[in-house]
Each structure stands twice: as C-alpha cells, then as structure tokens.
Design a protein. Sequence first.
Length: 446
Amino acid sequence: MKHIKFRILIIVWSSMILLFFAFAGILNIVLPSHFVSEAEDALEYEIDYQHYNYIRNSNNESEDYSSDYYEEDSNEESTEESTLQKKFESGYQDSYFTSDIYYINVTDALNDKNTLEGNSLVGSNSTSLKSTYELTEWVKNHDISEEQIYTLQTDNGYYVFTVYVEPQNYDYWDDSESDENDSSVYLMYINIDHIVKYTRSLNWLISAIFLCAIVVMSIIGYRLGVKIEESQKTQRRFFQNSSHELKTPLMAIQGYAEGIEMDVVDPQNAAGIIMQETERMTGLVEEILSISKIDSRHFKLDLVKIDIKEVLYDCFRSLDAVQQMNGVSIVPEFPDEVITVKCDEYQMARAFRNIIVNGLKYSKKKITVVIETNPKYVYIRFKDDGKGIDRDDIEHIFDRFYKGSDGGTGIGLSLAKEIIHLHKGTVTAYNYLDGAVFEVKLPIVD
C-alpha cells in the first residue's frame, strides 16, 4: 500500500471535522433546545402549582358556606384539586429554571395603558424595563392563548413565557362569577439568553481545542504512516533477502540430489553438503519462527540461575567448526569469580551465537570476549579485529530485516537484541580502534 501516511491524514482530518460539527451542533442546536424544554417544564410546574394553591384555598374558604349551588359548582374544582394533589404527592418536582421565573402584571398593558409604569412589576423578582417592554408589546400585538408557552428571541433576550390569568376570589353569596376585569393577568417568563450566549461563546474554545487536536493527531498519524511504510519496506526487503537465502541452499540440495540420481557425484560427499545446507535452512526458518513468536508474545523463557561464563563456553564449543573454517579464534578474558544471572540458557546462548557468528564473518584473526562487572550488572563485550561497522549501517545494525553491506537476512542480530531485551538487558554496537564491539549488559542476581 502506497501513501499510507496521507491516507491516515485524510482519515484524521475527516474524523475531526465530523466531530467538530457534531460538537458545534450540540452547542448551538441541542443545548439551546434543551434549555427551552427545561424552561417550559419550569413554567408548566409553576402554572400547576398556582392552580393547586388557588383551588385549595378556594375550597378551604367554601367550607364556611353550605350553599347547594356552590357545592354543585365546586365538584369540578375538587376533581382538579385531587388530580393536582396526586401529581404533587407522586414526586412532581420543579425544574432547573424554576427559581429564574419572572412575573409581569400585564393587565394594564393589555388594556393599552403605559406598560413601563413601576406598578406593572410584581413578584419577588425584579425585571428590566427592556424585557418588560418587549414582552408586553409582543403580547399586545399577537393573539395568544392562556397558559400556552411561547418563545421569543430579541437582541435583549431569549424568552420562554406564558400568560397566566389568576382569577380573584368568588363572591360566594352571589349567584354569578366575578367579572373578567376582577382577574389579574400575569406574564410569567424565563430569560435563557445568558446561558445560551455562554454555550455559544464556547464555539471559539471548541474551535481552538479541535484545531490543536487536528495538529497533534496529524503529526501522530503522519509519523504512524511513515512507520507503517517503513515496516512494509523492511518486510519486502526481508522476503527478498530470505527468499535469496533459502534459494541458495535449495539449489545446492537440488543440484547434489540430481547428481546422486545421475550417479555423477560422490554420494557421501553430496550427502554431507546436503546436510550442511539443510541445517542452514533450518536455522533460517527457526529464526523466522522465533521472531513471529516474539511479536505474538508466545515466546516463553525457561529462566534459571546460571553462571554466564558457562553459557559463553558452551557457545564457543558449538562454534569450533565455524572458527576452523574461517580461520578465526575466540579468545575469552573472564574473571575467576562466578557471575550469576537469571536467564534461559538455550535462548541466551542463541543470542550470543548470533553475535559471535556475525563477528566471525568480518574478523581477521580473533574475537576477544571480555567480561566486566559491577554490583548490579555484568558487561560482556565481543571485540573483533575486522574493519568495523560502516557508518551507514551502525544505526540500523539491530533493525529487523535490515541487510547491511555484505549482510545476511537481517534476522540474527535483531533476534539477539529481542532475546536480550526479554532478559531485561541491553545490547549496543560501536566501533573501537581496529574493529567492532558488541556490548551486552545483563542484570546480576544473588
């Protein structure tokens, strides 16, 4: 896949833009609608509460009278009172904006009188003259229904309001209801303009946050895309290198097998070469499988306490044939005391062998293995007398599937590094005087 980093950037930008519009929609549409709904609930609660108190007070006053007329007329109010009483007793609660309700006596305003007189403001809450004027003028110029909830947006406010008519007390000695002019008309309203403006002012903050998030996510996504592309390149290099490494022994095996079949080569000599090439292929396949197990976290270590010198001596003995074939000797320079580490003997020897084999390819006469210790760590240095590591390769010498100049598949040293890291150690490479040095650091245990 090409241009992965740009595809990731497109996905990041698209996702962040969608999220931005979602948050902007919540701030500018959903939240204001929610505040309007809360204000409507508060007004409905206040209306029910006013009805409940009025009917209850009316019925209490009616207990002093025994008129059959009133008893018949009050049945409907008693039913309403019972309904409201059950409603309040069942946990009917006020809303968030209940304490923000303002009252305006608009009786005079509805009769075309001066709405800005001081006696037009009633209730425990005071209100601004601008709000009073805007609302009463709107009520006068529109045909509205009692207790119907309306909304009005102006430059001075965002109002949710209703008109509530509070009748005066009945004259219970009279056969008729009070005159309509005996009722008080109130405009109950809630101004949610301040909270709506505040939520909308967060648009700048949200924009700044999303802009920073887009920048950060773009940088992360770009770097991730670069790493993915590099990983794909290294994998392609690995398959090319490993296919070449596998092809060489396979061709040798095939050639000698055909020679045996045609009776043109010595079977015993051919069998030895076939076995050698088979072991070479087996080692390569095992390294590939080990890398796969490490990646999948199925790589298990059988940790035991052991003298690290014993592990190294076993490695030296297993590489005697390679030393003789390359004409290179391994010279140990070890202290006499026991140096105990906790490790998987097989896997640690495998890591050491990979480092030594790499050094044998480039050494002229010898590889010196030096051990130094301090109270916490043991340092094992593999020094060869070759030409050293090329400057272009030294930074990537442990990279997986990296093939330097005259290198192999790029698995051996990377596998050695992974194994040493699993043992809570480190490995580094550098040039020193007339050769390369690989330094392994491992924790010492008591």
